[in-house]
Design a protein around this ligand. Structure first.
Ligand SMILES: [Zn+2]
Length: 323
């Protein structure tokens, strides 16, 4: 970790400041050591990442997914603009307004959108519950302006109102209590700042019924076996191109990921569909209400077509320029 990360951190147990102890430096990077508060709550720094959780817990599948697919998404590996377009679709301002902004990536996975923010001049604190944080660190450690930490969204060790933008993309529905997880985020947003969240939609009932049917089995399979089965996404991608019957097969009969631009990416997304312990779904009314009850303004649905994605502004709006 870089020392500047300390400015953002607070003890998740008692809310007091944390300080570095026993640090081992590699150039300006703290590779090992401990973060300790005045009440002796201590959190280790392992492989350059502060760890605020003992293990992966319910997010274990994501650790394997992101380790197996570490290089499948980021622009630095694929050369594709797909993620820039996907992230832009989820915002109500232009990506160029990220320049100089401080951003929290709550559930960063391997850092796909953290990379987009960095590429547009933003600074990022990237958090993940799972070992995916090590993949994100490996992918983006050379970049300026990014910090990494492993922590639970229900106990984030972060001081309030430090972020211009907080986003939580594809994460809340995989927690045991999505509305409760969402409610951890508003306090982290600066006045005038924005919060964006993406959760699974519950509109396609046939799709949901078959995926839930398979998930009862797949969430119990050894993950490496499930990973092998996820390679079905490759032949089924071509089956999905057959008029009428294709979409019926890949969207209802045997749902697999067909939208992302590469085979590996689709295999990873298919694994993501069948592996997590929790996969809750929501409608527009639910998610709009979360933002409304948290006191947000200018609440808007974005990214039509994929999941339920909302963005809102914390009042008083106008405190931060998004032009
Ligand atoms: Zn403490």
């Amino acid at each position: 970790m870089k020392r500047e990360l300390l400015e953002f951190l607070t003890c998740p147990n008692c809310d007091s400041d944390l300080e570095l102890r026993g640090e081992q430096l590699e150039l300006d990077d703290v590779a090992a050591g401990e973060l300790v508060c005045e009440n002796d709550h201590a959190f280790p720094i392992v492989r350059s990442v502060p760890r605020f959780v003992p293990g992966d817990s319910y997010a274990d599948a994501f650790g394997l997914e992101w380790t197996a697919f570490r290089t499948a998404h980021l622009k630095q590996f694929t050369g594709l603009d797909y993620l820039d377009r996907q992230f832009q679709d989820c915002l109500d301002f232009d990506l160029s307004a990220l320049a100089g902004k401080t951003v929290l990536d709550a559930g960063c996975g391997l850092g796909r959108f953290s990379e987009v923010v960095l590429n547009h001049g933003g600074k990022v604190v990237a958090v993940d519950l799972s070992r995916a944080i090590d993949a994100a660190h490996e992918n983006l450690r050379e970049r300026e302006g990014i910090h990494f930490l492993q922590a639970d969204i229900f106990r984030l060790p972060l001081k309030p109102e430090q972020f211009d933008l907080v986003y939580c993309w594809g994460v809340l529905h995989h927690t045991p209590d999505p509305p409760g997880a969402f409610n951890q985020l508003p306090q982290l947003v600066k006045p005038g700042g924005k919060l964006m969240a993406f959760v699974y939609a519950n509109y396609n009932k046939a799709y949901l019924a078959t995926t839930e049917f398979y998930r009862r089995l797949t969430t119990r399979l050894p993950q490496r076996l499930l990973l092998k089965l996820s390679y079905l996404a490759i032949p089924l991608y071509y089956v999905g191109k057959i008029p009428v019957a294709g979409p019926f097969i890949t969207r209802i009969l045997l749902p697999v990921s067909v939208n992302p631009p590469t085979h590996r990416w689709r295999v990873g997304n298919t694994f993501d569909l069948y592996s997590p312990e929790y996969a809750f779904t929501y409608d527009h009314v639910d998610v709009h209400k979360w933002f409304e009850e948290a006191g947000f303004e200018q609440i808007r649905p974005v990214a039509p077509g994929g999941g339920i994605v909302y963005i809102g502004t914390k009042p008083p709006s106008g405190e931060i320029s998004w032009d």
